[in-house]
Design a protein around this ligand. Structure first.
Ligand SMILES: Nc1ncnc2c1ncn2[C@@H]1O[C@H](COP(=O)(O)OP(=O)(O)O)[C@@H](O)[C@H]1O
Ligand SMILES: [Mg+2]
Length: 395
């Protein structure tokens, strides 16, 4: 059993969890910073109000005035509006007023409405005898707002970065896998080529020889044909194969006939297809490879006894062909439904775990189709589904 692919998704989740933890930690930390700054600003504004009150009530000659002016001037970040008793603005600080003076009044009134929602205004009692009052409206400095949104910006940046790195890695891993598949297939086709052409020559030679039994030559020819098909498969998967219109019924019938002869007679194949003629764009030798792999797996899963049903139908929108391959085998556990397609995953003593990976590659990369486990129940059986795009009705 080779199971080299089991651990990689776990690492991805751990990395994602770390990214989210960093984000949460940063939100908590900035929140505490914000709270501290808020506290500071409240104190500063209280002092500011005191200064205003003092200046308004003090005699012009009072020698603490300079100190109060200093305090008022030191507020250069918190936006404030001073109003009279009736709420008419009489002054403001740290607000960007509109250019036209005529708009100042409306602008300030709007600001006051917003400020009211954030903080209750500070009341200045200017003359306790006549009960004359002023109000200081204020809101938090822009620093607080920026700081509040900062962790979310940070979290987004971290997540974008994480996705980018992840897709880059998975892209390069796929690219590497591609090179291995293609290289290995090309190499195999190349190596098989030489003995194959000499075998073909030998068969021709034997064909002329009167002393050799015809039966033997015919059998030999069949094997050489098969050998040719295999070489063609490796050569097509190593390049971009051209797709040709093939009648799916014929292709499947050929596969079934070929397989039925070679597996135990206790396995019965049954092909369910209504239309006699459905042209499908495909590379025949590769597609047969898919069907053979699926059927061989089915035979293995049934320990050589059972039924393999192949159903052909159309997708709802009629744009695709659906091929279901159903067996009565031991089934696949729910947790492994996706894993079975990974190269190297096998549960067999002598398995390579390449059959389904190859099938997926052929269906998805070369035929633009889909392959997945439609359903599987332990000890009852499994159905694999292939969806192939059909020719566009218009073209
Ligand atoms: N029809 C099926 N029923 C049950 N298990 C299956 C079936 N097809 C595939 N599997 C599981 O998927 C694994 C991978 O299949 P495959 O990629 O063809 O590799 P291999 O046949 O070499 O094991 C098999 O080992 C088996 O556990
Ligand atoms: Mg297999």
């Amino acid at each position: 059993m080779i199971n080299i692919y089991e651990r990689s998704p776990v690492i991805n989740w751990i990395l994602l969890a770390i990214a989210v933890l960093i984000g949460i930690a940063s939100i908590i930390y900035t929140n505490s910073l914000v709270n501290r700054i808020l506290f500071q600003e409240e104190r500063q504004i209280a002092l500011f109000a005191k200064g205003q009150e003092f200046l308004a009530t003090a005699e012009p000659s009072e020698n603490l005035n300079f100190l109060m002016e200093e305090i008022i001037a030191s507020n250069n970040s918190i936006p404030v509006i001073l109003t009279d008793e009736k709420g008419n603005p009489i002054g403001s600080r740290n607000l960007e007023l509109p250019e036209k003076t005529s708009q100042h009044q409306t602008f300030l009134l709007e600001e006051i409405a917003k400020m009211k929602k954030e903080h209750t205004p500070i009341v200045l009692t200017l003359d306790s005898a006549s009960n004359m009052k002023q109000f200081v409206y204020y809101r938090n400095s822009s620093l607080v707002y920026q700081l509040r949104y900062f962790p979310y910006v940070q979290l987004t940046v971290i997540l974008i970065f994480f996705t980018l790195v992840y897709s880059l890695f998975s892209y390069s891993r796929k690219a590497e896998q591609n090179r291995v598949w293609v290289g290995l297939a090309k190499e195999t086709a190349h190596q098989l080529g030489t003995p194959l052409s000499s075998l073909i020559a030998w068969v021709e030679y034997l064909n002329i020889d009167e002393n050799v039994e015809k039966e033997v030559v015919i059998e030999l020819e069949k094997d050489v044909k098969r050998f040719e098909t295999i070489t063609a498969r490796f050569s097509s998967i190593g390049s971009v194969p051209a797709l040709k219109a093939e009648n799916i019924k014929e292709v499947l019938e050929e596969c079934v006939n070929y397989l039925q002869k070679r597996v135990s007679s206790k396995v019965s194949f049954l092909l369910h297809i209504k239309d006699d003629e459905i042209p499908v764009p495909m590379n025949k030798s590769l597609f047969e490879w898919v069907i053979e792999n699926l059927c061989k797996n089915a035979v293995d899963a049934m320990n050589g006894v059972g039924y393999i049903d192949i159903y052909v139908s159309h997708t709802k929108d009629d744009k695709g062909l659906v091929i279901d391959i159903k067996d009565t085998g031991k089934g696949i556990p729910k947790s492994k439904l996706k894993t079975v397609f990974r190269p190297g995953f096998t549960t067999k003593k002598r398995g390579w775990g390449l059959g389904l990976a190859l099938a997926k590659r052929i269906v998805e990369n070369y035929h633009d189709g889909k392959i997945f486990v439609l359903r599987s129940e332990i000890d009852l059986g499994t159905t694999f589904r292939i969806i192939l795009p059909l020719f566009d009705a218009k073209s």
